[in-house]
Write a protein that binds this ligand. Structure first.
Ligand SMILES: C[S@@+](CC[C@H](N)C(=O)[O-])C[C@H]1O[C@@H](n2cnc3c(N)ncnc32)[C@H](O)[C@@H]1O
Ligand code: SF4
Length: 424
């Protein structure tokens, strides 16, 4: 039964990008405009869907809002203010809510960031991906490494004190030294949160075609494992702790919105192709922005399909999502046979049973998806939330846990930290 007092997350999808990155298969379309007259119909449709959600659910307490894409930083502050005020008017959204926005470095300015911060947006997720020009070029990114540094500086000046950086590792041609350069550059910007994803070669993308043609090498599993371990070491050295396989944060800066997904909470996804989940019912919207706008203009529903999860599917999803979290899964949520299947992994040091919970160790995180498949003795169900994992499909990966952190970088980071402390 739906608990109307339980908090709700809202996701708003902005389906445009200035250019398409060759690795990306998200529901996004190239545009060269940020003209509010052209974005207006889509923003109006989103406002109609906000009303639809409020009518359907009642004035529920919204604890998190996430504006993602695509490239939400292509939207004008006026468009964003329309969306935020619609939510405020129709839902219970107070000052304690986490309101995140994704942004691409090349589309940011100090003015835009200041205006958006003034609207109450309090968390910025910046697509940095790499600090190495040749890696950014292979990924078809539109920004230079320097632009990320500038954007973080503007964001701080605009009043953002909760900044996340997205990184990708395993790009063809990226050496371990390149990856360490990206990590150290990211950490020198003192992010509150880092997401580090292994590059997934998505079928049908230009990247996949280049890999199939032999023009680029597919990411190597052993190298991905070494890069993951190196990321975990460097990030934890500066106080960013893992809380989900691909996510690290300072204490208290974990992304509350993504935790709604990972804890199987309730969220309504608004916009073209967005997915929603309320109490075991999942649905998804039509993919094309024009169809989405058309449906809402006629006061129709943008929903394309829905499914009610069976008890087994809900359980599988809980195991799949919670085992990727540092808080792990409680004993009560696992069946006897699942515990039995977990035992070899506890003996091999991939899982640890602690305080009545089952949690992945570092080596366990490297093969998290394979462990989950074994525990469920089944195929891992379709992912609700995209969470690239270095370990997918391989239990036999060799792990070089001896990759050292370059000492000069640890020193450089510590010096930057103490200089900051003195300045502050
Ligand atoms: C879809 S993008 C949206 C945000 C923004 N447009 C950007 O590019 O930063 C969100 C994040 O998904 C990750 N991502 C997208 N496709 C990926 C892939 N094929 N493999 C790994 N990470 C991917 C990137 O790290 C990116 O920052
Ligand atoms: S990665 Fe980001 S900028 Fe690149 S195409 Fe995907 S959504 Fe757009």
């Amino acid at each position: 039964m739906v608990d109307a007092s339980s908090p709700l997350g809202l996701y708003l999808h902005i389906p445009w990008c200035r250019a398409r990155c060759g690795y990306c298969d998200f529901n996004t379309y190239v545009t060269d405009t940020t003209n509010p007259a052209e974005t207006a119909p889509y923003v109006e449709a989103l406002r109609r869907e906000i009303s639809l959600a409020a009518k359907t659910l009642g004035a529920r307490w919204v604890r998190t809002v996430y504006v993602g894409g695509g490239t939400p930083s292509l939207l004008s502050p006026i468009d964003l203010s329309r969306l935020v005020s619609s939510i405020r008017r129709q839902f219970d959204l107070d000052d304690t809510a986490e309101i995140s926005i994704e942004a691409n470095p090349e589309s940011l300015s100090l003015d835009w960031l200041s205006d958006v911060r003034d609207l109450g947006v309090n968390r910025l997720s910046l697509g940095m991906q790499s600090a190495v020009p040749k890696v950014l070029a292979t990924l078809d990114r539109q920004h230079t490494p320097g632009r990320v540094v500038e954007a973080v500086d503007w964001a701080r000046r605009a009043g953002f004190d909760n900044i996340s950086l997205d990184l990708i590792y395993g790009t063809p041609g990226e050496s371990m030294a390149d990856w360490e350069t990206s990590l150290v550059t990211a950490l020198s910007l003192k992010p509150d949160h880092v997401s580090a994803y292994s590059l997934i070669v998505e079928p049908g993308t230009p990247l996949a075609k280049r890999v199939e043609a032999g023009e680029l090498a597919a990411p190597d599993e052993d190298e991905l494992a070494d890069k993951y371990i190196q990321a975990d070491r460097l990030l934890s050295t500066v106080g960013l702790n893992w809380y989900e396989v691909s996510n690290w944060a300072r204490p208290g800066r974990e992304c509350r919105h993504n935790l709604v997904y990972w804890r199987s909470g309730d969220w309504w996804g608004l916009g073209a192709g967005a997915h929603s989940h309320i109490d075991g019912t999942r649905w998804w919207n039509v993919k094309r922005p024009a169809t989405y706008v058309g449906r809402l203009a006629q006061s129709g529903s943008p929903m394309q399909g829905q499914e009610i999860l069976t008890k087994t599917e809900r359980h599988e999803e809980t195991v799949m999502l919670k085992l990727r979290l540092a808080e792990g899964i409680s004993a009560a949520e696992l069946g006897d046979e699942e515990w039995e299947r977990a035992e070899p992994y506890i003996r091999s040091g991939h899982l640890v049973a602690s305080g009545g919970r089952l949690i992945c160790t570092l080596t366990g995180r490297l093969i998290a998806d394979a462990i989950i498949r074994d525990l469920l003795a089944d195929d891992v169900p379709q992912r609700l939330w995209r969470a690239p994992d270095v370990g997918s499909g391989s239990t036999g990966m060799s792990i070089d846990a001896t990759v050292p952190i370059p000492p000069q970088w640890v020193e450089a980071l510590q010096q930057a930290e103490s200089a900051d402390g003195q300045a502050g």
